[in-house]
Design a binder for this molecule. Sequence first.
Ligand code: FNR
Length: 191
Amino acid sequence: MPQSPQTAAPLGVLAFAGSLRAGSYNRALLRAAQELAPEDLSLTLFDLIEVPLYNGDVEAAGDPPAVAAFKAAIAAADGVLIATPEYNHGVPGVTKNAIDWASRPPREAPLGGKPVAIIGASPGATGTARGQSQLRQAFEFTNSFAMPQPELLVFRAHEKFDEAGRLTDEATRRYLKSFLEAFAAWIRRFA
Ligand code: FNR
């Protein structure tokens, strides 16, 4: 019998930001997502600070501990939420590097068959639109299910977070909440 969202098992989502800086808007956006997630969706944040640049020689010798932990966390999750900045109209290396590690080995990669959602924040006017669009292409190769809609583009981010990194813009908070509800429904499609 189909389960309603109220009675279905809670969903575990692994979330990471493609930025390493402490004051990152994208990390702050994920903290807001933790706060605003629906009851049936639990977000765990993974910090990429210890994940090295992808190197096939290092991989052949065995995944470094941070990479192994990252891949295991994705494998155990029901879905993956990525908050990516945009650098020079594209995906920053930090985001892409994480995807590259998690795309290995090709047929047994933790990203394979995984529901994914992309969000992003930038002080600019387009709120990571180009970076998000480019990132979607990677999920064609990893065979991951990137949620097509809704999209969450947090533009003029410097006006939407306070000094402590709390998302204070009410419209963005409401939209983030409905985005997470949509992602929970998206994940359940693949259960
Ligand atoms: C940027 N930034 C930026 N912003 C944007 O909207 N479009 C862009 O193409 C770029 N390009 C870009 C290149 C480089 C090298 C840097 C360092 C920055 C600005 C960027 O959005 C801003 O630094 C964000 O604050 C980065 O995200 P976090 O670290 O706050 O999560």
